[in-house]
Design a protein around this ligand. Structure first.
Ligand SMILES: [Zn+2]
Length: 75
């Protein structure tokens, strides 16, 4: 499984560290249809963040952290 662990700052207290599994969106290529170019156009699927832990500093659960991170468009 692709993915790497990343640490995000807690969106509530900004002091705790939230461990996330970050899965990069895949690229697929489709041929450009225009006659004057033979370029392949990369089509990107979106990245996925899986929250692994809550905040040990302020005690927010991982569900609360995930909701807040999505609300603030960090993930
Ligand atoms: Zn926190």
């Amino acid at each position: 499984m692709r993915g790497q662990y990343e640490e995000l700052s807690c969106p509530f207290c900004d002091k705790g560290k939230i461990t996330c599994l970050f899965i990069r969106g895949g690229y697929s290529f489709k041929k450009a249809m225009a006659a004057h170019t033979s370029k392949n156009i990369p089509v990107k699927s979106s990245d996925t963040w899986l929250i692994q832990t809550g905040c040990s500093f302020c005690g927010k659960s991982k569900e609360q952290v995930e909701k807040k991170l999505k609300e603030t468009e960090i993930i």
